[in-house]
Design a protein around this ligand. Structure first.
Ligand SMILES: [Zn+2]
Length: 211
């Protein structure tokens, strides 16, 4: 697009040439710029002073409008006070893209010696706490509860995490958000057992609770 008047190709604002002020949509000038030395020669000193004063007023008002539009308003202030930084900062499964397949994210235990398991299932992160039931030949979860996450700290158990069973990318994200990860000492990675009822996770999931 080229201005039909001044041939400017730099740009238009709603049809108005930013160079000469001509609007090609309604074929009028939305602004004209005049050099003051030329204007002084064209009009009387009174008219010249009047035009300069009007221009001055207009420009100051234009700037004032911008300032006023950005002054803090009561409703913005209320919104600011209600803004929950912790909640806005929560990590979701999509933050782990492209690594959002079903897997354990964190595995550890609480001060009550219960298992703490954070995992992804169908592109959603879950946090569960439970006891392990060894009373039969097949290990089962007991008294499983789901934890509602309202801050990233809810992802981390109050006692320890087993580093070799945690997910690197998730741990990195938590650290970036300033969350402390209480790792215990490093053990050799556990071998994957296809017969383990928890497979492909290191811990149990909500679906493992017997109905
Ligand atoms: Zn133009």
């Amino acid at each position: 697009m080229e201005c039909p008047i001044c041939k400017n190709t730099r740009g238009f604002a709603c049809g108005t040439c930013i160079e000469c002020g001509y609007n090609y949509l309604d074929n009028t000038y939305h602004f004209i710029e005049v050099r003051t030395e030329l204007l002084e020669r064209l009009v009387s000193p009174e008219v010249f002073e009047y035009l300069v004063a009007e221009h001055d007023k207009w420009k100051k008002k234009w700037w004032l409008n911008i300032l006023e539009a950005n002054i803090m308003r009561k409703e913005w202030f209320d919104k600011l006070n209600q803004y929950d930084f912790e909640e806005a900062n929560i990590i979701y499964a999509h933050d782990l893209r492209p690594y959002v397949y079903n897997k354990t994210l964190l595995y550890g235990y609480t001060c009550e010696r219960e298992t703490f398991h954070v995992y992804i299932k169908n592109e959603q992160i879950y946090v569960v706490v439970y006891n392990n039931d060894y009373s039969t030949d097949r290990i089962k979860p007991k008294n499983m509860r789901q934890i509602k996450v309202t801050s990233n700290r809810d992802y981390v158990p109050d006692k320890r995490l087993y580093p070799e069973r945690c997910d690197y990318n998730f741990c990195k994200l938590l650290k970036e958000k300033g969350v402390h990860l209480p790792f215990t000492t490093w053990s050799e990675p556990v071998e994957i057992d296809l017969e383990d009822p928890r497979y492909p996770y290191y811990g149990f999931t909500l679906e493992d609770v017997e109905a």
